[in-house]
Design a protein around this ligand. Structure first.
Ligand code: PMP
Length: 393
């Protein structure tokens, strides 16, 4: 399918200009249809029993895992379905065996979901080191080399920033982690939906991302692991091989980490979303978003009183652009964009308060974030409407 033909599959985009994709994406009709089909035609629990419906549901649930594993080059690892990126990261924080004196290295760019779980571990005597970029917002790889010491147990970095759109050098960081024997967790919430990401090629140990940001239903996310590297957070139905009243032995595979009845229709929807993305092609999606971003970045500096945060060239960035206008609150701008032109963007701190503080921002930014259904015409409308709003003050 060609990118321009996919727009018809996203009902909301027919009457609204949806540019809040970094928060959650729209869902195409085939994903909705796949979820409905489960509920209407073969609704049953999975991994339990032998009747005809459970056999179909179990196969489709397994297929969804396989589709997602292949999508991220993670066939040889374990692909666990979670409810979102946040849950995936918390599962790693709870599932590794922490000792006092262990070090975790992260960056100031992180979403709260990739910071709070590590901050909490300070109660166990774990040291948290936060790397900061230079004035231009670029990380110096030498900073990682210095910070990742022999006692570093984990390095947790977002592949792409949900505020600035910058993409970090994952391979280089992974190499340093290997040298020092540290686990490497990649927060792929903003990368996996937008360009080809291969967990094996990066060389990470954990890759966490959200299904709902990549055309899947809400309540879906993924924790991919190189191996069964952590102990499971939740035990119960589906996680065991054998049980007595004195003892239990855990099963292998993703089942070990998915205790209880999972979000079956969500998983099937996510599998369908991955098929949809692959059909369009991740390279084509990335190129399209790059074109939209370039157009926006070209037009924004002409607007009076505007400040753009993050890189203004197209090197190592995705389709997320943050900006402010002097003397207008970001929420006011977002409200006016909706009122005047039905353009939906995010405003505020984007769950990145430490980054906002480091940028000297009290009220956060306005953030436009693109996906495959956005168009050049929408970018032009965005630019015109921002210009109008900037003239108010
Ligand atoms: N990390 C990053 C980089 C994100 O952008 C987000 C979502 N904004 C998250 C983590 C958290 O994702 P979720 O809300 O799906 O858990």
């Amino acid at each position: 399918m060609k990118l321009k033909d996919c727009i018809a599959d996203f009902q909301i985009s027919r009457y609204l200009h949806y540019m809040d994709n970094a928060a959650t994406s729209l869902v195409p009709e085939p994903v909705i249809a796949a979820m409905n089909e489960y509920d209407r035609q073969y609704r049953a629990n999975v991994g339990r029993g032998m009747h005809r419906l459970t056999r179909v549901a179990t196969q489709k649930y397994q297929d969804a895992h396989d589709l997602v594993s292949n999508f991220i080059g993670g066939k040889e690892g374990t692909t666990v379905f979670t409810k979102n990126t946040t849950e995936a990261i918390n599962m790693v924080a709870a599932g590794l065996d922490w000792q006092s004196g262990d070090r975790i290295v992260t960056t100031i760019f992180e979403h709260h979901s990739n910071l709070l779980p590590w901050l909490r571990l300070r109660q166990k005597g774990v040291e948290l080191v936060v790397i900061r970029p230079d004035e231009a917002g670029i990380f110096d790889i030498e900073e990682f080399e210095e910070a990742i010491t022999a006692n570093t147990k984990l390095v947790a970095v977002s592949h792409a920033s949900n505020v600035l759109g910058t993409v970090q050098p994952m391979r280089e960081i992974a190499d340093i982690c290997k040298t020092q024997g540290a686990y490497f967790l990649v927060d792929g919430a903003q990368s996996v939906p937008h360009f080809p990401v291969d967990a094996r090629r990066i060389g990470c140990d954990f890759l966490c991302f959200s299904g709902h940001k990549m055309l899947g239903p809400t309540g879906t996310g993924v924790l991919w692991m190189r191996d069964s590297l952590i102990s499971p957070l939740i035990l119960g139905g589906g996680t065991v091989e054998d049980v007595t009243t004195e003892f239990y032995s855990l099963t292998g595979g993703y089942q070990r980490f998915e205790g209880g009845t999972p979000n079956i229709s969500g998983a099937i929807g996510l599998g369908q979303a991955v098929k949809y993305l692959e059909n369009l092609g991740m390279d084509a999606i990335f190129r399209h978003e790059q074109e939209l971003t370039e157009r926006l970045l070209k037009g924004l500096p002409d607007i009076e009183n505007i400040t753009i945060y993050g890189p203004q060239d197209m090197k190592n960035r995705i389709g997320i652009v943050s900006f402010t206008i002097d003397r207008i609150h970001p929420h006011e701008i977002a409200y006016l964009l909706d009122e005047r032109a039905a353009i939906l963007v995010r405003s505020g701190d984007h769950c990145c308060i430490p980054l906002m503080k480091s940028l000297g921002l009290q009220n956060g930014t306005v953030r436009a974030s693109f996906y495959m259904y956005n168009t050049q015409e929408e970018v032009d409308l965005l630019l015109e409407t921002i210009e109008e709003i900037a003239r108010i003050v």
